[in-house]
Design a binder for this molecule. Structure first.
Ligand SMILES: C[S@@+](CC[C@H](N)C(=O)[O-])C[C@H]1O[C@@H](n2cnc3c(N)ncnc32)[C@H](O)[C@@H]1O
Length: 409
């Protein structure tokens, strides 16, 4: 089937039964055809509700069109309103900016910035195909200004903004963003706790003068940012002659150190509690990242040496195996399921990580297995006075750019 109107209708019908809860967001998706922004992609793929990579170098994704279900979830977090002025960081194809333009209507304004000139040129063409041509806009839609700039600086010329939507992963919350959003405004951002990829959630923050309070948390997996201010340093891409291995490791571990640990014999022990994959990935993993700077995850593609060596926590046969746990350079310990589906801790090198992982699992269980649904996060960018410790029980992570407080009340 290749009728774009029908394909768009079916995609939005599915979104309306899933992440979309607001009629205006559903309407905006119906008004903006995605294929205008992905002209070289077969229509069936365009409307498959998945992420589409649009720029890649050496196996690293540099730009993409976010999966529509993730876009819809983040727009629900943002709740744009007619008349608002919104800044998007990470223009990509321009598709999301065009949807935002419908939501704020012709009384609002959208500014979108991308660090990549070439990406901006493509977005301007896509926006033109969708009716945003120079000063011309589709009826009822806001004007969109797309320009090349490092989004970690925000867009000071247009500030204050009513809201900001970031569509690239970040491990920092630059002060510029907080200062450029009006008090009470929203910031929706794919935030990677402790810089690790598996500590990533789209957080809907409300701006309260000098700090941010999170109120909604949605699954996402965005690409790494570029530019001098991005400060994401721990997403390692480990490569050896047999393929690719993706890893997140706390601290400053090198590729060689992590791969070298796999040369130590593997020790298996039964985990102190049992839990299913969903609980581990959605709930325990975020608890572990918040509580432990050595949190670690690993995804092995097929043909890689770690494929055979990895006792998987999650597996898609023939495609990937993944596991997570702790790694401190002298040893690593990961959770996985044995062939009889028992949760085990597999360790290489020093056993200290395995002991700690076992202890963390027990503490999470004793705390009532808190998950992301109960989680609360607030952010205090540095330079804005001390973090009110008493008001934020839980974990306080001190980063060079500010404090992140996480608790599970
Ligand atoms: C997932 S894509 C954005 C998807 C986009 N919103 C859409 O609707 O197609 C992320 C984009 O962020 C851009 N990016 C990376 N680092 C950036 C930075 N420091 N400032 C602004 N944009 C950045 C990338 O070039 C990429 O185009």
């Amino acid at each position: 089937m290749s009728d774009p109107e029908l394909l768009l209708k079916r995609m939005v019908d599915r979104l309306a039964k899933g992440p979309i809860r607001t009629p205006a967001i559903e309407q905006a998706f119906r008004q903006v055809p995605r294929h205008h922004f992905l002209p070289d992609i077969p229509l069936d793929e365009v409307y498959r509700d998945q992420n589409v990579t649009t720029k890649e170098e050496g196996g690293v994704r540099l730009s993409s069109s976010t999966a529509p279900w993730v876009m819809a979830s983040m727009l629900e977090q943002l709740q744009p309103e007619p008349g608002q002025r919104i800044l998007e960081v990470g223009t990509g194809t321009g598709y999301n900016a065009a949807i935002l333009a419908r939501l704020v209507t012709d009384t609002g304004e959208i500014s979108t910035v991308d660090v990549d000139d070439e990406v901006i040129r493509g977005a301007v063409q896509g926006l033109a195909r969708a009716g945003h041509d120079g000063h011309k806009t589709p009826k009822g839609a806001a004007r969109v200004t797309a320009r090349a700039s490092d989004g970690f600086l925000g867009d000071p010329d247009g500030a204050p903004w009513d809201a900001m939507l970031v569509t690239v992963r970040t491990a920092t919350i630059p002060r510029a963003w907080v200062e450029q959003i009006s008090p009470g405004g929203r910031l929706v951002v794919p935030f990677a706790l402790r810089s690790v990829r598996h500590g990533q959630l789209s957080v809907g923050f409300e701006v309260r003068e000098d700090h941010l309070v999170g109120s909604s948390y949605v699954d996402c997996d965005f690409i790494l940012p570029r530019g001098d201010m991005s400060m994401v340093g721990r997403d390692l891409q480990l490569r050896d002659s047999r393929g690719l291995l993706w890893s997140d490791a706390g601290g400053d571990l090198s590729t060689e150190q992590i791969l070298g640990l796999f040369d130590h014999p593997a020790y298996h022990r039964l985990a102190p509690i049992q839990a299913d994959v969903r609980e581990l990935i959605e709930d325990f993993q975020m608890w572990l990242v918040a509580h432990d700077a050595d949190s670690f995850s690993l995804v092995a593609r097929d043909e890689h040496l770690a494929w055979e060596k990895l006792t998987p926590m999650i597996e898609r046969p023939g495609q990937f195996r993944g596991a997570g746990g702790l790694c401190d350079g002298s040893g690593l310990a990961m959770l996985g399921f044995s062939p009889s589906r028992e949760l085990v801790i597999v360790s290489h090198g020093s056993p200290t990580c395995a002991d700690r992982l076992s202890d963390r699992l027990l503490r999470w269980h004793e705390a009532g297995r808190p998950g992301r649904k109960q989680m609360r996060m607030s952010v205090y960018p540095s330079g804005h006075g001390p973090t009110p410790v008493a008001a934020t029980p839980g974990v306080r992570i001190q980063e060079p750019w500010g404090d992140v407080c996480v608790d599970w009340p």
